[in-house]
Design a protein around this ligand. Structure first.
Ligand SMILES: NC(=O)c1ccc[n+]([C@@H]2O[C@H](COP(=O)([O-])OP(=O)(O)OC[C@H]3O[C@@H](n4cnc5c(N)ncnc54)[C@H](O)[C@@H]3O)[C@@H](O)[C@H]2O)c1
Length: 256
C-alpha cells in the first residue's frame, strides 16, 4: 500500500465507531499504521480487525480518554507497537452524560436550569478534558521524538452555533476549538500542527434516529457520512496541510 500517510503512525480515540472508525479505515488505505483507542473493547477490536482484513496494520487498546493514565498508555502503545507516533485524531466523545451506545440517538436534551451537575461534569470531562489529556499525552511523545506531528481534534458545529438544551455539549466543543488554537501556538516550535474539524450532521451510531426530521437536512441535500469527515481529517493529518495550524474546518454540507 502506498499513500499520503505512508510510514506514519496514527492513534485514533473513539476509533471503534463512526467518525473515528471512518478515519481509521481511510488512513490505513493511505499507508498509516493505526492504534484504535476506545472504551468499547468489542467494537474496537472489530474495527482493528477490519483494517487488517483490508491489508492495513492496526491494533486496539482499551482507553477511557477521561483518564490521564489511559491516555498515557494509549500514546505509549503507538511507540511500543510501531516505534513512533505521528498523528493523533481525537474523536472520542459523548453527546450527553447518560449516552448509552446500546441506545444510539438517545440524547437527553435538558435546559441549563434543570441540568444536574454530574451530567454537566461528565460531558465536559469526556469531551473537553479528555481531548486535552489525549493531546497532552501525544504531544509529549512527539516533542521527545523530535519528528513533528499532526493533531486533529473532532469538535462540532455546536462549537460555533449555540445548541439549546445541549449547553454542556456545545460548551465542551467550543472548548475543543480554543484548545486547538492555543495548542497550535504552543506546539508550533516543535513542528507539531494542531487543527480541528467541526462535523455537522454525520450518520454514525451516535446520531442514529436523529435525522428523521427534514429540518435538519443540510443545504447540500444529504447527511454526511464518516467518509466525508475522514477526507477532511486526512487533509489535516497529512503533509497537504503542512503550512496550516490552529484552524478549524466545518464538514457540514453547508449547514453553517
Ligand atoms: N455524528 C455527528 O453528527 C457528529 C457531529 C458533530 C460532532 N461529532 C463528534 O464526533 C465525535 C465522534 O462521534 P461519532 O458520531 O463518531 O459517535 P460514535 O458514538 O459513533 O463514536 C464515538 C466513539 O467514542 C467512544 N467513546 C466515548 N466515550 C469515550 C471515552 N471516554 N473514552 C474512549 N472512547 C470513548 C465510543 O465508545 C465510540 O466508539 C464525537 O466527539 C462527537 O461529539 C459527531
Amino acid at each position: 500500500m502506498n499513500g499520503r500517510l505512508q510510514g506514519r503512525v496514527a492513534v485514533i480515540t473513539g476509533g471503534a465507531s463512526g467518525i473515528g472508525r471512518g478515519a481509521g479505515l481511510r488512513f490505513a488505505q493511505e499507508g498509516a499504521k493505526i492504534v484504535i483507542a476506545d472504551l468499547d473493547r468489542e467494537a474496537g477490536e472489530r474495527t482493528a480487525a477490519e483494517i487488517r482484513a483490508q491489508g492495513g496494520a492496526a491494533v486496539f487498546i482499551r482507553t477511557d480518554t477521561a483518564s490521564a493514565a489511559d491516555n498515557d498508555a494509549m500514546a505509549q502503545k503507538a511507540l511500543d507497537e510501531y516505534g513512533r507516533l505521528d498523528i493523533l485524531i481525537a474523536s472520542a466523545g459523548i453527546s450527553h452524560a447518560g449516552y448509552d451506545p446500546a441506545h444510539p440517538g438517545s440524547q437527553r436534551r435538558c435546559p441549563i436550569v434543570d441540568k444536574p451537575l454530574e451530567e454537566w461534569e461528565r460531558v465536559i470531562r469526556v469531551n473537553l478534558t479528555g481531548v486535552m489529556l489525549s493531546n497532552q499525552a501525544a504531544a509529549r511523545r512527539m516533542i521527545k521524538a523530535g519528528n513533528g506531528g499532526a493533531i486533529v481534534n473532532v469538535s462540532s458545529i455546536a462549537a460555533i452555533g449555540p445548541a439549546p438544551m445541549l449547553a454542556d455539549y456545545s460548551v465542551s466543543k467550543a472548548g475543543v476549538l480554543m484548545l486547538t488554537r492555543v495548542l497550535a501556538l504552543e506546539l508550533a516550535p516543535h513542528k507539531i500542527r494542531v487543527n480541528c474539524i467541526l462535523p455537522g450532521h454525520i450518520r454514525t451510531p451516535m446520531t442514529a434516529g436523529l435525522y428523521e426530521t427534514a429540518q435538519l437536512m443540510p443545504p447540500i441535500g444529504r447527511y454526511g457520512e464518516p467518509a466525508d469527515t475522514a477526507a477532511a481529517l486526512l487533509f489535516f493529518a497529512s503533509d497537504d496541510s503542512s503550512y496550516i495550524t490552529g484552524k478549524h474546518l466545518a464538514v457540514d454540507g453547508g449547514r453553517t
